[in-house]
Ligand binder design. Structure first.
Ligand code: SF4
Ligand code: SF4
Length: 202
């Protein structure tokens, strides 16, 4: 090793150390990227998550048509529904709508085919609990008549609001590209093509 090479290596070593120390020292004056979770936050993390975040599922039962499309779409059978048809009124009655979030893998496949956006992901992710049983979300306390899409706009303002939110969700899931058109109006809602016979499942 020549003298020139010896001093060049010393210089490179010093430069390397100074470079590394400069990076470390810069963190003394940078704003930290980490956040103090879950406390000491100005806003809940859930409020900062994007619209398409796939958190714990929720169901607006008021606009569920009972079509079973979500239940069929789930690849691991997280969703358990029971519906029947009232022979006199010909209405569909939903007597069970459970989602096992202990099994759910947050894939979103159930919410994509929903004709009304009734089933949708939320930005909620804190689901820990003490038992697996309590991780089964039960959305039906007593049998309810399924929502029937109207031919024209939904006259009930509260249902129209829910449908508006639901259809925005469906549109943004179906067409996530930047050039997607504006969300469709809240009504009319087309029944799901995959809607099966109402007594398909008990
Ligand atoms: S998000 Fe996926 S795994 Fe979870 S219920 Fe829906 S389809 Fe099933
Ligand atoms: S796909 Fe939507 S409308 Fe159909 S049963 Fe599921 S939540 Fe209800």
């Amino acid at each position: 090793m020549g003298v020139a090479s010896y001093f060049r290596q010393i210089r490179e070593a010093v430069v390397t150390i100074v470079d590394g120390m400069a990076v470390s020292a810069s963190h003394l004056i940078r704003r930290p990227y980490t956040i103090q979770y879950p406390d000491r936050l100005e806003r809940r993390v859930q409020e900062t998550l994007p619209f398409r975040y796939r958190g714990i599922l929720d169901v607006d039962l008021e606009i569920c048509t009972g079509c079973l499309a979500c239940e069929r779409a789930c690849p691991i059978d997280c969703i358990a529904m029971a519906i029947e048809k009232n022979a006199q009124t010909r209405e569909i009655v939903i007597s069970q709508f459970d989602i096992d979030i202990a099994k759910c893998m947050y894939c979103g496949l159930c919410s994509e085919p929903c004709p009304t956006g009734a089933i949708h992901h939320t930005t909620e992710f804190e689901g820990s609990d003490f038992s697996l049983e309590s991780l089964i979300l039960r959305f039906v306390n007593e049998p309810v008549v399924a929502y029937k899409p109207k031919k024209g706009p939904e006259p009930d303002p509260e249902l129209a609001r829910m449908l508006g939110a639901g259809m925005r969700y469906v549109d943004e899931w179906a067409q996530p590209a930047a050039d997607k058109p504006a969300a469709r109006s809240a009504a009319p809602v087309k029944p799901a093509p995959s809607a099966g016979p109402p007594d398909a499942k008990a």
